[in-house]
Design a protein around this ligand. Sequence first.
Ligand SMILES: C[S@@+](CC[C@H](N)C(=O)[O-])C[C@H]1O[C@@H](n2cnc3c(N)ncnc32)[C@H](O)[C@@H]1O
Length: 727
Amino acid sequence: MFLYVEAARIISQVLKKKSSIKNLVFSSTYENKKQLYALTCECLKFSDVLDKILEGARLLEKEKEFLQGDRILARVLLYEFLLGKGVQHAGKYRMCIMGHRKEINSEMRKILEKQGVRNLRDVVYNHCPDNATTGHTLPKYVRVNQIKTDTNTVIENFQKNGWKLLKYKSSNFRETVESLREGEFMQDAHFPDLLVFPGGTDLHENELCVTGEIIQQDKASCIPAHVLNPEEGAEVIDCCAAPGNKTSHVASLIRNKGRIYAFDKDARRMSTMKKLIGIAGVSCVECLCQDFLTVVPTDPKYSMVEYVLVDPSCSGSGIVNRMSQITDGKDSVSDQRLHQLSKFQISILKHALRFPGVKRVVYSTCSIHPEENEMVVNEVYSQVSDQFELVEIMPNDWLERGAPEHEHSQCFIRLSPDQSLTNGFFVSCFERRKIACSFDSLKKTNACKKKRKKSKSETFIKECGDNKSESTDTFNQFPDIDNDQIRNEISNADENAFGDLLSMKHIDSSVEKKKQKRKHEEYDSNIGRSEGRNESNINAANRKKKKKKIKSEKCFQCTENGKNTDRKDTNTDLIDKHVQLSEQSNIQENRIESESEYCNKETINEKRWEHGKEVENEISTSEQSNEVAKQDSKQAKKRKGLYIVEDYPKRKKSDATICINIHSEKEKKKKERKQKKGETVSKINENVDDLDEIILNIASAAKHDLEKKQKRKKKKKKKKKKSVVGE
Ligand SMILES: C[S@@+](CC[C@H](N)C(=O)[O-])C[C@H]1O[C@@H](n2cnc3c(N)ncnc32)[C@H](O)[C@@H]1O
């Protein structure tokens, strides 16, 4: 029979490491892939014990002519005879085994007696300690598809068909699961849409399974959708969706309303997914066969997406009875592979967090390696912690947390065969920080401005930026200069520097400036070029959608405590600006796309990210603070002694990053001379502490200028005196 020959061929290829089982099965012409895959995996799993029986029964010798020394084919036939459905409809193959069944059975009995077990499966599990506690006892989990039915109906259906529902108290859930016997089942303690059956239960042919009312899915794999917890009608992205188990779970949670954008770059897996979600009756999913890293986060299409599921490719090291463990040994993931995987996982997770409307992102893997789990999440978190926080998942209901040697381990959950009676798994969750909206910060800034106008005293600095209270001491170090004037100069330079300042960057190298200028010119010219092409993309519908989004509660810019902040004071011009900026960003995204010939993907994505950030920040600060800075810098320029050279470049600032560049007039000229020679003229101040240094510089510059002025005056006076004396 073709099945046996094909299974033997695939096993031999896998053992020669020509390709993976999945690839070989998918590319096989044998129609029933599931059957072929199962047989291949099982034969590999039992190869040791099958070999022992083969040798004991001397099957290869006795069937020399027929088997022609093909040990792998003999193993397949033996497996089917002893552990499978029996060698069926296979003529010669069946004869080959049945003719020696006595010897085969006697060899099997010898092994069972020796091992003190009742069946061959126990022999395998006893040989592999990991499997002894897990593989055999790992329960079978079944998710009730809420799109087609509900949990009670399914429970009743099973009961009608003779299954016994076990009741339990939450304290003895685990014991009840472990004690499940054939014909018994129970409801899961954590997730009401999950039913638990004894390990080894085969429900593939169960009517509810065939109709998609229930879906066989490990409990671990059900957790990400529950943690994501999108509300009915929400918009969700599943970055790495195929074969779609989690996608269809999310669809079930949102009651098949709303929208799920399901990406997967593998066309074959995607087509499997389409079939599976079809059976599950899922209709709210848009399947997109695309590399998720090429998806433009600011595309208006995704402006309403609030939830993203990131379940990327991983080593799969958490999966019990993984074939690679059998074919390559237990710890089969090399350091190099882990490194590659974690790099990819970081980039996918970072990209997911770039979607402007996203408020929750769940990252999961079926790996047990911290390199793919805690380390990935912590690396990404270190880059986005100003916008996102790590949420403690199921704080009271789940004991198994992240690996304790890693930061934030308490936030993460892990699952393992020993503790959770599931495959090994890892889940983490990012949530957008509930920040005071930009309008609030602007209000605050204005309030500060008014206060400052009233009193140019130290209190302003203390109240609007209490972390800078020491800077008043700096002023006091120079009692002979006009402190108020200096304070005023600084606060005029940019009120945010004291009001909302979180960090500060002082970017002033000539090279950096030139680079920026070139970048801006490039951007502008490209926008000009692509405007015509892209104008059509930005249709009225999108504009409307975007406006609606911004006005709605879900505008991430204006969300406070998860609810809409008071939008009465929302300026429609600002909303328009928001829309306009996003549209501009699309134009630029397209430009970035066109650069792909000579830029690698990662660079492009970084650009997108930077640009996305700029758009956000421009909305919050450019409107007012830029104006304030411009005007104030002009005023400042007029003043003697101090010189505020420029308002910071529009593209390089953010809510938290304000570039101010303060020089004495003399210093400025010096710098210009140096710049001409191409020398680097100032350092980059990375944090707010450098403000003190700037204040000191200004103060000393002012002091220096005052002293000069006084000297000049004295000289003039002397001259006058001399001339008077002369007369
Ligand atoms: C762990 S599987 C996803 C399983 C799926 N979430 C489920 O529950 O059924 C990872 C998937 O990510 C896909 N993938 C890998 N890199 C990708 C990328 N850059 N963009 C989109 N999909 C990707 C793979 O093709 C694979 O199907």
